[in-house]
Design a protein around this ligand. Structure first.
Ligand code: FES
Length: 138
């Protein structure tokens, strides 16, 4: 292993150790391994919204009748925003539009194992973006 790689791994380990004091394992997992990231080709609906901090999430949805069969996100936001967007796309996939619209930020935070209070607005932003995208369907 090169010295640079060793140093990088040490720093990564320290950052993760600190993150584990604040964030649940599921938040860290969705941040490090985001699901459904990137633009969706030929979406049926899309919307992007910015939160109180200025971070933006865009959510793309592909529908089969009224079921969410394809869904993805893009964001320029923080780690918790990435985790919220990723987890929300997993939660919404396979649901009818009306069911997906009912997912609340509390549902999302519960799924993620909680968020620090200064990042609860990341969950609000993800949920509001999904709802606004679905509102444009058909
Ligand atoms: S959306 Fe503002 S800090 Fe995550």
């Amino acid at each position: 292993m090169s010295r640079e790689k060793e140093v990088f791994d040490d720093i990564e380990g320290l950052v993760l150790k600190e993150a584990r004091k604040t964030y649940s394992p599921r938040v860290i997992d969705h941040f490090l391994n985001p699901r459904n990231f990137g633009e969706l080709k030929d979406p049926d609906c899309f919307n992007a919204m910015s939160g109180i901090c200025g971070d933006t999430i865009g959510i793309y949805v592909g529908l089969d009748d009224s079921t969410v069969t394809r869904i993805s996100f893009v964001t320029n936001g923080c780690g918790p925003t990435i985790a919220c967007s990723s987890a929300l796309t997993c939660m919404a996939k396979g649901l009818e539009i009306q069911e997906a619209m009912k997912i609340t930020s509390n549902d999302l935070m519960e799924y993620l194992g909680g968020l620090p209070v200064e990042h609860t607005h990341c969950a609000d932003l993800a949920v509001n973006t999904l709802r606004s995208a679905l509102a444009k369907a058909g």
